[in-house]
Design a protein around this ligand. Sequence first.
Ligand code: GLN
Length: 281
Amino acid sequence: MSVRVLTVAQAAAWGQTLGLPRLDAQVLLLHALGRAPHDRAWLLTHGDDWLDDSVQATFANHAQRRLNTEPVSYITGQKEFFGLTLHVDKRVLDPRADTEILVEWALSCLADVPTPDLVDLGTGSGAIALALKHSRPDASVSAVDASADALAVASANAERLGLQVVFHYGSWLSPLETATFDAIVSNPPYVASDDAHLAALKHEPLSALASGPDGLDDIRVIVREATQHLKSGGWLLLEHGFDQAHAVQTLLANQGFVNVQSRPDLAGILRCTGGQWPKMK
Ligand code: GLN
């Protein structure tokens, strides 16, 4: 940006001429101003205010970071997920709004289950586990991650939000020994390791994104291990790639799951697939 001093309205417009979506420009400008991301009305009522040099420089720097594909949430340090404000950074996947569908699905499966036992595998920021605990305070919620960095982010979020989740370090269900659950929920890595799309996600941890040649390596492990950790009638619910619904349905059916079904994301793409461990006769 030139050294010319801009007004609030001019800075927001400048961000858009650089190529930022309007919402990103507004959220980054609010962040540079030290204001909450939802305070967009403030921008409209203060359009003619002049920016301080330091605010303008911070905004210019953050705009460039965003143009280099860094998630807005890493720049602002926070993300809204299922009504909770999570602290996030490059140690964890940027929580997506589409993943809220997995939370809603889990909650509907558990509607008639008193004090359910739940686990979120590959919890990252803690998004799914914390959303479940917030919506079902009577649930016992565990969360697993193979990244100590991710567990540090997730447990700090749990503490700040005052939500009790038990965190386990390890791979998928292996740290859970003989525990059994009413629902196992996961947004695991599912992108094929040679997928060109990964380049656009370069700021996020590769271990949270890529999973072997067809993107299904981790899902295969989870589906297999889940059979040892579900109560009778318990659900395994998984997020997966845009073209993996059929493959995940087949994996679940072959492993003995029943009521296998998929749910669409916000774009209408089948993005979550789950099944129920058979009820004992
Ligand atoms: N939904 C992310 C993407 O493709 C990937 C998240 C994941 O691998 N769990 O942009």
